[in-house]
Design a protein around this ligand. Structure first.
Ligand code: FAD
Ligand code: SF4
Length: 822
């Protein structure tokens, strides 16, 4: 008869242990019941940092959906807390009155956030005050996001400058909040870094716009009805309206304590993960103390789960857990921190190799003992992290030339490195995936990197091992890695190529991005990374029938300006064909003066760029300019560059300026898979550089016009292909429009014409556009006309923002210096 296995805690350790048991055919040996006091299936807690920063949605981070429990005959009591264990009668008692017997019990209750003592943290009734948050669960994260999005919240103080605090601080910036971090240690992430690395990290974090106070404690949360600030130990007060406490964690041991189990700093277990002095009770994860150590990372609990499953299923009774070596990585875009083992030397005989380049935010330190790596810190450059992690995990002998540990000087080549790794070598620490597991996945039929990642979960935690995972899969597949089928999807979240996606949208009459997800995404799941591409495609297809949802847009498209490296925006008023007037110039000069615009620059597309405008000033700058948008942002038609043309130029044979203005008036603002830049030149001297534009027009002898398509002169350089030579500007307008519509309907998302034209072939394009070989020419013309007719100047939103936060202060997206004022 199956034995009754009860698990308390449905977090990363509890669910993983059950998975490991099932993988060892334990599904037949045990009747499994899991209690979890969070009302969900099992999710990847690590990814909450990405949920907070908006990179992932909470739906994306589930490891096991509720259906997984059903499929595996597991009884899940989600949202039910266990309060007590009777170890003599072998029952657990839950808060909802349920009493469940067990033969074997696993405690995997994890940790909770520690709230250090300070005044004003609690309400008189004892609950944590509104506006104070911890960062541990999905509910915590949702509440924080909701609060941060609320209109009048401006500044957050994060208490604790460890890994979690920095990830929280960076995440909160995504909502336009100013953030300060208060940290009691002498430097940030002091558990992982030495003071030198900490100083460099501080500079990188400050460069993100985050205020840092180290060596300082918060003694009080201020404000009566609502939070107004915090007080520090030296009586400094920092104003804020939101407080996030990330000052450490404490193991959840209440159940164990009231039930009379052995608890010191956490529940004490032996090398079999058996609770001390108990026969049938085991514990895994952060609630565990093993050989004096309590861990706060996932890698150790994966190792524990595997050992416990070996023991409970009897698959390998010799399996023991002897402790873990831990490595951490900060998940903050733009600040690379990887650390493992010791932050600095401990013994006189330890070798310590340090490279420091503070101006670039780069710091590397490696500690070596007996020719084995016992610690490494990499800041600002983590290219060697995969190799060093392997050297650290496996105690590999090190090259004599120590410098090659930090830089690519004769360290093992990738191929050699991967081939030499032992099967047991852990490739993905977050999900505990070994080289052997990846190789088996490939041998079991996973022929693409994403398929192997899905099958093993390798690379799905913090993401730092993706390079190594790819190398292992490529090596294991022996050169026969297949392209991922998802590569043909127009957007990653909808398993359809562009043509199929468009026809499904038409068939089902879908009109908004959320309707597309609901109807066509697997499990109707919304995928943040797909939204921009879908929004652009649907706007192109549906014109005025499209229902706009602002969260589907990138920041540039939300505020109709181009975000710059310091987080300010550049405003470019429209100047059709590059032609301006005294009145326009005067207005631009007045606006630049009134708003102290730090830099006025002529763009490559013949416009005037007002650089350095803060997000909240955008509406007034536009209102004062009272000119239409010049479309210097977004995936859409941008400008038509023109040369002087025949009215003034001695060589000109065509009115390039007139045609340029007319093309720009017609196609302004139309959406496309990538930006579209046009030009018209008045003769083959080509002063407007028409041969290197997405669509370039050149006047030639006899009053005729050549149309070139697919040119580029940016990161990629390509001379456009001659589509056709025509007699009149009207034909240019019609055929250029027809080509652009065909491109809009058939190009991949973000595929520029320089890639699209050679991919599809100029012969094919000529046959469709000129000879109407597909019988779609009239429809293409009509579709373009519909987009043209539905043009609305986006700057008209200045007086009536669409969302409360549309024009709220924005913060730098990447760690970069302030743009200089000239
Ligand atoms: C935002 C964030 C980012 C992180 N980033 C990283 C990272 O990059 N790398 C890394 O290695 N680690 C990271 N961690 C830590 C990692 O998530 C934890 O180490 C891991 O989740 C611990 O797993 P666990 O199962 O022991 O505890 P948990 O995942 O916390 O699971 C314990 C579960 O038990 C439930 N429970 C508790 N008591 C009871 C009870 N009495 N009855 C029923 N249920 C109960 C809890 O509600 C919880 O759901 C991060 C953590 C957070 C919060
Ligand atoms: S391209 Fe020809 S017409 Fe235009 S400015 Fe140059 S020389 Fe003059």
């Amino acid at each position: 008869m199956a034995r009754r296995l009860v698990v308390i805690g449905n977090g990363m350790a509890g669910a993983r242990t059950v998975e490991e048991i099932l993988a060892r055919a334990g599904g037949d040996a045990f009747e499994i019941t899991i209690f979890g006091d969070e009302p969900y299936g099992n999710y990847n807690r690590i990814m909450l940092s990405h949920v907070l920063s908006g990179e992932e949605s909470d739906a994306d981070i589930f490891l096991n959906a509720l259906s997984w429990y059903q499929e595996n005959n597991i009884t899940l009591h989600a949202g039910v807390r266990v309060e007590r264990i009777d170890k003599y009668s072998k029952h657990v008692f839950a808060a909802d009155g349920r009493v469940v017997p067990y033969d074997v019990l696993i405690i995997a209750t994890g940790s909770h956030s520690f709230l250090p003592p300070m005044d004003g943290l609690y309400t008189p009734s004892g609950s944590v005050r509104h506006g104070v948050f911890t960062f541990r669960t999905m509910d915590d994260t949702r509440k924080m996001v909701q609060f941060a999005q609320h209109e009048h919240h401006r500044k957050a103080v994060v208490i604790g400058g460890g890994l979690l605090g920095l990830e929280a601080a960076r995440g909160l910036q995504a909502y336009g909040l100013d953030v300060a971090v208060v940290h009691s240690g002498g430097h940030l992430m002091n558990a992982q870094l030495g003071p030198d690395g900490g100083a460099i990290l501080r500079r990188s974090v400050q460069a993100l716009g985050i205020e840092v106070h180290t060596g300082s404690r918060t003694t009080a949360v201020l404000g009566k009805d609502r939070i107004t600030g915090v007080r520090l130990r030296d009586d400094t007060e920092l104003s804020c309206d939101m407080v996030v406490v990330t000052a450490g964690i404490r193991p959840n041991v209440d159940v164990a304590v009231v039930s009379g189990l052995a608890v010191e700093r956490a529940i004490v277990v032996d090398d079999h993960l058996r609770v001390m002095d108990e026969e049938d009770i085991y514990a895994v994860g952060e609630c565990v103390q093993h050989r004096g150590e309590v861990y706060g990372l996932v890698a150790p609990l994966w190792e524990q789960a595997a050992v416990l499953a070996d023991q409970l299923t009897g698959v390998d009774r010799s399996s023991v857990y002897l402790g873990s070596r831990t490595a951490t990585k900060l998940k903050v875009a733009g600040v690379d921190v990887a650390s493992m083992g010791l932050p600095g030397p401990e013994l006189d005989t330890d070798e310590h190799i340090v490279f420091s380049e503070p101006s670039r935010g780069v710091f590397k330190s490696i500690v070596i003992r007996d020719n084995k790596m016992v610690g490494a810190t990499l800041l600002g450059d983590s290219r060697k992290v995969a190799y060093l992690t392997q050297a650290f995990d496996q105690g590999l002998p090190l090259p004599e030339e120590r410098l090659s540990l930090m830089f690519d000087l004769g360290s093992p080549s990738e191929e050699e490195g991967v081939a030499e790794l032992a099967d047991s070598a852990q490739v993905c620490n977050c999900n505990g995936v070994s080289k052997g597991a990846l190789v088996s996945a490939v041998q079991g039929g996973c022929r693409s990197v994403p398929a192997a990642m899905d099958a093993t979960r390798a690379g799905k935690g913090c993401g730092s091992c993706k390079l190594l995972v790819t190398q292992v899969v490529e090596w294991a597949a022996d050169g026969s890695v297949e392209e991922d089928p998802a590569a043909s999807y127009y957007v990653p979240g909808i398993p359809l190529d562009k043509a199929a996606l468009m026809s499904r949208i038409r068939e089902l009459g879908l009109r908004s991005v959320s309707q597309v997800f609901a109807a066509l995404a697997p499990d109707s799941a919304e995928d943040a990374k797909s939204k921009m591409g879908l929004a652009s495609l649907m706007k192109m297809m549906l014109a005025d029938k499209y229902i706009d949802e602002r969260d589907a847009r990138f920041i540039n498209d939300r505020v109709h300006a181009n975000i710059q490296r310091d987080g300010t925006f550049s405003v470019v008023p429209q100047m059709k064909g590059g032609v301006t007037s005294v009145q326009q110039l005067r207005r631009i000069a007045d606006v630049a003066e009134k708003h102290n615009i730090p830099m006025i620059k002529l763009t490559g597309g013949q416009r005037i760029d007002l650089l350095g405008v803060a997000k909240e000033d955008l509406p007034t700058v536009w209102a004062d300019l009272d000119m239409p948008s010049g479309y210097a942002y977004g995936k859409s038609f941008r400008t038509v560059k023109t040369c002087v043309g025949k009215d003034y130029c001695r060589f000109g044979t065509g009115d390039s300026t007139g045609l340029g203005i007319s093309l720009e008036s017609r196609f302004q603002g139309i959406e496309s898979p990538a930006k579209l830049k046009l030009a018209v030149s008045g003769c083959p001297r080509n002063c407007a550089e028409s041969l290197v534009k997405d669509v370039g027009v050149v006047a030639v002898e006899g009053g005729r016009w050549e149309i070139y398509i697919g040119g580029a002169a940016g990161a990629h350089i390509r001379k456009g292909d001659l589509l056709v030579t025509v007699d009149t500007p009207e034909e240019v307008t019609l055929l250029a429009g027809r080509f652009m519509q065909y491109y809009r309907e058939n190009a991949n998302w973000l595929e520029r014409t320089y890639a699209f034209v050679p991919r599809v072939g100029i012969e094919h394009l000529r046959s469709v556009i000129l000879d109407d070989s597909e019988g779609i020419a009239a429809r293409l013309d009509e579709a373009m006309q519909e987009s043209v007719d539905n043009y609305v100047d986006p700057w008209s939103e200045r007086d009536d923002p669409l969302t409360p936060g549309q024009f709220r202060t924005s913060l730098p997206l990447t760690v970069l210096p302030q743009v200089p004022v000239r």
